[in-house]
Design a protein around this ligand. Sequence first.
Ligand SMILES: C[S@@+](CC[C@H](N)C(=O)[O-])C[C@H]1O[C@@H](n2cnc3c(N)ncnc32)[C@H](O)[C@@H]1O
Length: 317
Amino acid sequence: MKWNKYTIKTITDAEDIISSTLMDLGIEGVEIEDKIPLSEADKKQMFVDILPDMGPDDNVAYISFYIDSEVDAKETLQNVKHELNELRSYMEVGECTIMESQTEDKDWINNWKQYFKQFSVDDILIKPSWEEVKPEDHDKLMIQIDPGTAFGTGMHETTQLCIRQLKKYITSTTKVFDVGCGSGILSIVSIKLGATYARGIDIDPNAINASIENAKVNQIPEDKFHVEAGNLLEDINLQQEVGCEAYDIVVANILADVLIPLTPVIKKNLKPNGYYITSGIIDKKEEDVVAAVKDNGFEIVEITHQGEWVSVTAKKL
Ligand SMILES: C[S@@+](CC[C@H](N)C(=O)[O-])C[C@H]1O[C@@H](n2cnc3c(N)ncnc32)[C@H](O)[C@@H]1O
């Protein structure tokens, strides 16, 4: 299916009202480009730690929407122009010119799937649920993942760093707490490696559905894996509910800026001598995380690297 792309040039202050006006006109999904830096909350959710320099905010914003090229867009465009003129009568909306272009043939929701191919982390095969296992991989430990819109195909360096550390410390009696579970990949790998139980939490509600579905596809028994939505950093009830000194391993693949304040919380959840496996740390922030971990009474066991990413594994003393 080909799509016509319509891009409105406006100003940042008018982004919200124009977006909701477009939605009121039945346009589903808009794309906004501007130079406003991401908020701290956006950065955590999107797993972006260090932002490219975009230059100063020039107050210009572009709002794009898409219409199936086979559908007559004349009436919709007339309505859009009419509503933009209405807005202009009582607020500043900038130029509000509309540029038109045609996009490639794309399935916006599923397009990323062409880049997710099966791959191995040592002797663990991680494959999209829609691919077949190649004959040469039949003796590997197989994990099937469909992350949907949650984070966690396993292809990211930080996920692989965590998997390699989990392999070193999981035994048949290990209970794992997977903080920021995303697709559930680290919990599923833990149970497949022999852990007796895994508990996942994530602030992203999409992650919960993805984790439940992925656990089913990987035949994880229901009593071995529980997952729920929540913010471990801010929800004190959740911190207590997940259990004090309840886990042999806490794995947290989250940004350094979240890991640092999360470390004293996680210390309470870990059993004495338990392992704290972290990643999501960009190399420039390695020292900050190491310092926070040591300050909270952990002993650093190992620091591993892949590309520009770092994993710090520590033991609760
Ligand atoms: C990089 S992803 C990791 C996903 C998966 N564990 C993996 O290794 O591929 C980080 C996840 O942490 C979640 N997250 C960020 N801050 C959190 C918090 N305070 N409490 C719980 N989850 C959080 C995000 O929503 C995101 O799904």
